[in-house]
Design a protein around this ligand. Structure first.
Ligand code: GTP
Length: 371
């Protein structure tokens, strides 16, 4: 959806939503973006804007490696996990330590959820700052856990911050867009692209590239790079993605674009309620049905096993009686019995001989017994 006055991207299906539609629950705004794109400055700006509107947000910092935060924050991951300690303890490099810190924090995320739950009546927005290295959050298990847990409870919007001056290069622009699309399709949550730093360069060129395929092609032609062909093909694929994308020009330095940004958030919330939530509920229903079916199947199998057990024993007995090897055993038993009988007769004979001797010679002792 286009929310900027000069924006030209195609409208999303949700643009019919009332921009002022106020969600009942607070809106979670998850701020993601490449290193140095301006995430922290952006959060500082919208935090200041919300304070000036007398709707202060609840702020959560999920970046364990941030040196200093330029805004007050209600929950700080650094209070729970010491990133430097993690590095030492697990002999990790900086990125590994960020991932591990985030993983450790996500194990206590239920506590954060209950804190948010307690505060939901007091706040309209929950803001989340994420680590500088975007992949640490977007492609880690903890990032997924956090995003999905929020998305399941609150209207959640992913805000992708793009460095507009750096994206003036069509190849960098394409890389940024590919990253954005991968996050969008991973989480499927309502998505806003913030073209940041518009005080340096206007974002008009980016909107035109998204709208006019040929314009982007001619920009690519001038690049004379090996990746030109790839970018050309990718731009064709991304056409559909651009069509439904909310893009907002923003300057975290001057605050330009704040109004348009919050209009985009309202629109994204509408999408959350009418698209994401509906899909999520359907998926939940399917999942619980699958789990129920599995439980029923297991129970049935158990019942079957219990019912067949006595017959199994009977069958075993029958088999034992009929079993060939059992017959062999019987033969062996018979043979043993015959052998034993022979032994017994021999002993009897020997005993008789002994008695006969004893009668003849009463001094015969047991030592002389021929047994
Ligand atoms: N001119 C201008 N500079 C900006 C703007 N937003 C951020 N910056 C600058 O861009 C640099 C990076 O900004 P940060 O907010 O630290 O970026 P970040 O994405 O949080 O950085 P990491 O978390 O370290 O990846 C800083 O020097 C900011 O002053 C903007 O809108 N305009």
């Amino acid at each position: 959806m286009e929310t900027d006055s000069t924006a030209t991207s195609a409208p999303s299906p949700t643009t019919t939503a009332s921009a002022s539609a106020e969600p009942k629950l607070p809106v979670c705004i998850l701020v993601l973006g490449m290193a140095g794109s301006g995430k922290t400055t952006f959060l500082q700006r919208i935090n200041a804007h919300l304070h000036s509107e007398k709707t202060p947000p609840y702020v959560v910092n999920l970046d364990p490696a941030v040196h200093e935060l330029p805004y007050p924050c209600n929950v700080d991951i650094r209070d729970t996990v010491n990133y430097k300690q993690v590095m030492k303890q697990y002999s990790l490099g900086p990125n590994g330590a960020i991932v591990t810190s985030l993983n450790l924090f996500s194990t206590t995320f239920d506590q954060l959820l209950s804190i948010l739950d307690k505060n939901q009546s007091k706040y309209r927005y929950f803001l989340f700052d994420t680590p500088g290295q975007i992949e640490v959050f977007t492609w880690s298990a903890s990032g997924t856990i956090i995003t999905e847990a929020l998305g399941a409870t609150y209207p959640t919007v992913i805000v992708y911050i793009m460095d507009t001056p750096r994206s003036a290069n069509p190849i960098t622009f394409m890389s940024n867009m590919l990253y954005a699309v991968s996050i969008l399709y991973k989480y499927r949550l309502p998505f806003i692209v913030v073209l940041n730093k518009t005080d340096i360069i206007h974002h008009r060129f980016a909107l035109e590239w998204m709208k006019d395929f040929e314009l982007f092609q001619s920009a690519i032609e001038q690049e004379h790079s090996y990746s030109t062909d790839l970018c050309r093909s990718l731009s064709l694929v991304l056409d559909e993605f651009y069509a439904n994308l909310r893009c907002v020009g923003f300057s975290s330095m001057t605050g330009d674009g704040c109004k348009e940004f919050f209009e985009a958030v309202d629109d994204a919330c509408h999408e959350y309620e009418h698209v994401y939530k509906v899909e999520y509920n359907k998926w939940q229903e399917k999942r619980s049905k699958r789990e129920h079916d599995k439980r029923e199947k297991d129970l049935k199998r158990l019942k079957n096993d219990l019912n067949t057990e006595p017959s199994l024993i009977g069958e075993k007995r029958i088999r034992y009686d009929d079993n060939e090897s059992d017959d062999d055993d019987d033969d062996e038993d018979d043979e043993d019995r015959t052998n034993n009988d022979d032994d017994y007769e021999e002993e009897e004979e020997s005993f008789k001989r002994y008695l006969a001797k004893s009668v003849k010679n009463p001094t015969t002792t047991n030592d002389n017994m021929d047994m």
